[in-house]
Design a protein around this ligand. Structure first.
Ligand SMILES: [Zn+2]
Length: 194
């Protein structure tokens, strides 16, 4: 790992590369409309990849509450925005999470923060889905977690490949969901099976 850079310094250094990319693309980085683009683009990129600095398990920290029932908890349709690690182009969509509580449940907004921590990286949708499932299980001591993610990938759409697969669905589960087809069905029925 590199020593952490101050955020301003990182933006400056990334901006210098983006300026170079603009001219390699055949544009004039000195053109008025592009003058501020390198720094703006660098900031956008730093934000899109800001999940590395978050510790997803720590995010949940003090937002755990005593579970009052053992029924499945489902948080559906959480928006996410991520960057495909193969093309550094966005993929985005919705992710739904279900878990069977152990002793604790977690505040809903914290799950959304955890989604941001894993999505704001150079990512693969498959890995994003399973990282969420694993981390939630460990962090809240759930008896099982299931995650279903539906994403649209600009690298597929813009480059004109596989346009017929306009969205990609990935599913990951662990614990009680592994051998319980009926629990998985309960989850998919609750989120409206997509
Ligand atoms: Zn890609």
């Amino acid at each position: 790992m590199q020593a952490p850079l101050d955020e301003n310094e990182r933006v400056d250094r990334i901006a210098a590369h983006i300026k170079e990319i603009i001219s390699l693309l055949g544009e004039d980085p000195g053109r008025e409309g592009l003058l501020k683009t390198p720094r703006r683009a660098a900031k956008a990129l730093v934000h899109a990849c800001s999940g590395y600095s978050a510790n997803p398990e720590e995010l949940l920290g003090n937002a755990l509450f005593q579970a009052e029932s053992s029924g499945m908890v489902i948080v559906g349709d959480i928006e996410f925005y991520s960057m495909c690690e193969h093309h550094i182009l966005p993929f985005f969509g919705k992710v739904s999470v279900g878990y069977m509580p152990g002793e604790k449940i977690v505040g809903l907004s914290k799950i959304a923060r955890m989604v941001d921590a894993f999505s704001h990286r150079l990512q693969l949708q498959e890995r994003f889905t399973s990282q969420l499932a694993e981390c939630l299980r460990t962090a809240i001591g759930a008896k099982g977690v299931i995650v279903a993610c539906c994403g649209e990938h600009l690298c597929m759409k813009m480059r004109g490949v596989e346009k017929q697969h306009a969205s990609t669905t990935t599913v990951a589960y662990n614990g009680l969901f592994t051998n319980a087809h009926e629990l998985r069905r309960e989850f998919f029925e609750a989120i409206g099976r997509r």
